[in-house]
Design a protein. Structure first.
Lengths: 126, 126
């Protein structure tokens, strides 16, 4: 793995999928821009709040499917087993500057997560 | 672009995003397996029926964000402007054999498309 950007992306990925959100966040720039399915989030705190539910509550396991990169950009795709869905794949295209992720375009299907959330809300009012 | 798999993936992508579904399908193997957000589809006809609404009705324009590959695998991410959503990015991880795509893991967020479909259904009963 000779791509500097990919090394950062994979180190970040390994940390959060291993449940170590603190370590994962050390690879994220303070002024990171995250283009997530629900819209754009800016800054370290917003990134952390986006990732925390996956890393801390929903993720069961993750498997890297493909990972490529060059000097500044890395593109990874992985599958995850989660509480809401046995297969919830995601793809991330990250831009790295000075060893930190400054931008991430993060793609996944929100449908199983929204269904899960609605199911939990439904449980609450029964 | 020296990756044989990426050449196929990009040729397929350029064809369908230009509205030429016939040309796009020439890059797909008869026994293709497509892991889409809603589940697994098998065979050329199912692949075509999956792609046709995007290519023919919903897509306005597409922009490649990142594209990598090696001998057998290509990983691409692109954004699309569609009728349901101004930004509907997708990622595809394709496996190529004998010049044809034999497997595709296709990730996008179904939420804007489902909302659009529900909106259309609502229009129909007014």
């Amino acid at each position: 793995m000779t791509s500097p950007a990919l090394q950062i992306a994979v180190a970040h990925h390994r940390a959060w999928t291993a449940g170590d959100l603190e370590a994962a966040m050390t690879y994220i720039a303070d002024d990171v821009v995250l283009d997530a399915p629900a819209g754009r989030l800016v800054g370290l705190r917003a990134y952390r709040e986006f990732l925390a539910p996956f890393a801390g509550q929903l993720l069961i396991r993750s498997e890297m499917l493909a990972a490529f990169g060059d000097e500044k950009t890395a593109l990874i795709m992985y599958d995850t087993e989660t509480v809401p869905a046995r297969s919830a794949p995601a793809a991330e295209c990250v831009t790295v500057r000075d060893g930190k992720i400054v931008h991430n375009r993060f793609i996944f299907d929100r449908v199983p997560f929204e269904e899960f959330r609605r199911g939990q809300a439904g449980d609450g009012v029964r």
